[in-house]
Write a protein that binds this ligand. Structure first.
Ligand SMILES: [Zn+2]
Ligand SMILES: [Zn+2]
Length: 589
């Protein structure tokens, strides 16, 4: 999780209280859900009798401005659970939250007053008074389930953002516009890249031919790089019997995220068999390991798979290709001895840094996910193993002089992890590489190897994905490059444009020559030259070759870039070398 900066948090969280206060004024029967600060803004959830839409936002925003102009003080008060229950008597959602807190053994809660009429159950922190908010923008209205659960009531969520100056707001609005242009769902539609069909299912991506080229290129590169680094490919099924998921602990710890079981009809005396579609690839790789006895001589084993998994995410969090229900992980499991573990982690880090840089992600934010301090947090495996692993991962990062942030409580129940997140020019962080240690599975599945001493040992298991998921990664690329993929990934690399019909034949010959050398190219011969250029630009094809009478005579082509830049005449053979070099170097532009 990206940590919010404290002053942004105070500002936006205070604005969310102001929003709730305004809503209570306008809709006295409104029931309040929660209203946190989020990255670049805030939201508040309401249960309303009447439906509201974006058209109501102006009215609400005006009411908020009144509260801001009154410069009401924001003051906290600590009260007992019973007092809180009385105070929030008419607010069922707040009562539920108070009950949750009381179940955790908490005896008192804090309440924040804005002026003396409005109050909210809240941990804070907040601004000193509403007047510190200098500008405000309400963005959108959406439906959101209470506590994010589909079985709960659907509430109305209002999104907004607050600012300490008018200038900050202008900067924010510019950024919003830029991000809207880059929205991969919009670009995906405009460029005919992918679709999601309600008959197939929410969160399930249909890859259209053009985007499939991008994926294929990435997969080819991915395979080559893995082979180079001593990985072996494996393939495993999409479903497995319940026993497998019992042993792995998924049915115990992960069932809510899995698609429900498939029951196979019983034959005489047979027990009913239940299958689950896989949410992870690990148990299958472990079964390959366990298919025969293993010796220390074989280790480390590095097995990779582009494995498609399914996880039933709540519909409220689904988002184009970025949050989906079916995705292909670029997964690998490294099984090694204790003495090999540091070197293996270092190798994965090298690999990950290389790969990220090849896709143009130069700025990375690194997180070390470790155990939390809460009693309720449960972690499997020995405390000594955890201590050793957390310490070692930290030392590796320090040794490499990699700046990192500790995500306390961010570790999964089975082991600590290193996460690398790509940062885009807008400061957004994209989940990519995860290097995860596992103290759970080797024991659960009784994985062993015979050591040099002739005795049985438990190996160390590292799970890692470098790109994360193909869907999310390529969705990220679309947003990063605004659909204008680097040459090596572009579905079409070159558009050949004859100026008039007289050059059609020569243009056709040039296009075929490009194809023969493996360059993806298309001949555009529709309507006028201007409309051909426009089409190539709309499709974000990196290079346009314009073929006129002069070019045919001198056996050259006129080169134009998708940015609109004219590069003048160039020999076809030189152009082919240029494209090949860009592809080979994985040039970004
Ligand atoms: Zn609050
Ligand atoms: Zn795994």
């Amino acid at each position: 999780m990206k940590n919010l900066n404290l002053s942004d948090e105070k500002l936006n969280h205070s604005a969310s209280h102001v929003l709730a206060q305004a809503m209570q004024k306008l809709f006295p029967k409104a029931k309040l859900g929660i209203g946190p600060a989020i990255e670049n803004g805030f939201y508040y959830d309401f249960d309303l009798d009447n439906k509201i839409s974006e058209q109501d936002l102006e009215k609400i925003s005006d009411e908020m401005t009144k509260i801001i102009e009154q410069d009401l003080p924001i003051i906290s008060k600590e009260i007992s659970i019973n007092e809180a229950k009385e105070l929030f008597e008419s607010q069922p959602f707040k009562l539920e939250l108070i009950d949750d807190l009381s179940l955790e053994g908490i005896k008192s809660v804090s309440v924040y007053y804005t002026g003396n009429k409005f109050f909210d159950l809240c941990k804070g922190p907040h601004l000193k008074s509403t007047g510190e908010i200098k500008a405000l923008k309400l963005n959108s209205v959406a439906g959101a389930y209470w506590k994010g659960k589909e079985t709960n009531k659907m509430l109305t969520r209002i999104y907004g953002a607050a600012f300490l100056s008018q200038k900050d707001m202008e900067k924010y609005l510019w950024r919003q516009e830029e991000l809207k242009k880059r929205d991969h769902r919009k670009i995906g539609k405009d460029l005919d890249l992918f679709s999601i069909d309600p008959d197939v299912g929410p969160g399930l991506i249909l890859w259209h031919p053009k985007l499939s080229i991008v994926r294929e290129e990435i997969e080819l590169y991915w395979r080559k790089e893995h082979r180079k680094r001593g990985y072996e490919y494996v393939y495993t099924p999409h479903v497995g019997i319940d026993n497998l998921w019992k042993t792995s602990g998924h049915l115990e710890n992960y069932k809510e995220s899995m698609y429900p079981e498939m029951k196979m009809p019983k034959k005489d005396k047979e027990e009913e068999t239940k299958y689950y579609v896989k949410p992870m690839n690990c148990p299958f790789h472990i079964k390959i390991y366990k298919s025969r006895p293993r010796s220390y001589r074989e280790l480390p084993l590095r097995w990779c798979e582009l494995g498609t998994v399914y996880r039933y995410e709540e519909s409220g969090v689904l988002h184009g290709m970025l949050r989906v229900r079916g995705f292909t992980q670029d997964d690998a499991h490294i099984i090694c001895t204790e003495s090999q573990f540091v070197e293996e982690i270092n190798k994965v880090l090298d690999f990950a840094l290389n790969l990220n840089s090849d896709f143009g992600f130069k700025e990375l934010k690194v997180y070390l996910s470790v155990r939390g301090t809460k009693k309720a947090d449960k972690y499997v495996g020995k405390v000594s193993s955890w201590e050793m692993a957390e310490k070692t991962l930290e030392e590796i990062l320090k040794e490499r002089k990699i700046k990192f942030e500790k995500d306390i409580g961010g570790a999964k129940f089975y082991g600590p992890a290193i996460d690398l997140k790509a940062v885009d020019p807008f400061g957004r962080e994209w989940q990519g590489t995860t290097i995860q240690l596992d103290f759970n599975n080797p024991e659960r599945f009784s994985m062993t190897y015979t050591g040099e001493d002739g005795k049985e040992h438990t190996p160390i298991m590292i799970h890692r994905t470098l790109l994360g998921a193909m869907e999310r990664f390529i969705g990220t690329l679309i947003e990063m490059y605004e659909g204008a993929f680097p040459v090596w990934l572009s579905p079409q690399q070159v558009a050949v444009l004859p100026i008039s019909e007289d050059q059609f034949k020569s243009a056709d010959k040039i296009q075929k020559e490009l194809s023969d050398t493996g360059i993806r190219s298309v001949l555009l011969s529709n309507q006028t030259l201007n409309s051909r250029i426009r089409q190539a630009q709309l499709e974000k094809i990196p290079y346009m070759l314009i073929i006129g009478k002069r070019e045919v005579e001198s056996k050259t082509v006129s080169l134009r870039l998708r940015t609109g830049k004219d590069k003048g005449e160039i020999k076809l053979t030189d152009f082919i070398t240029l494209v090949k070099n860009k592809v080979k170097k994985k040039s970004i532009i």
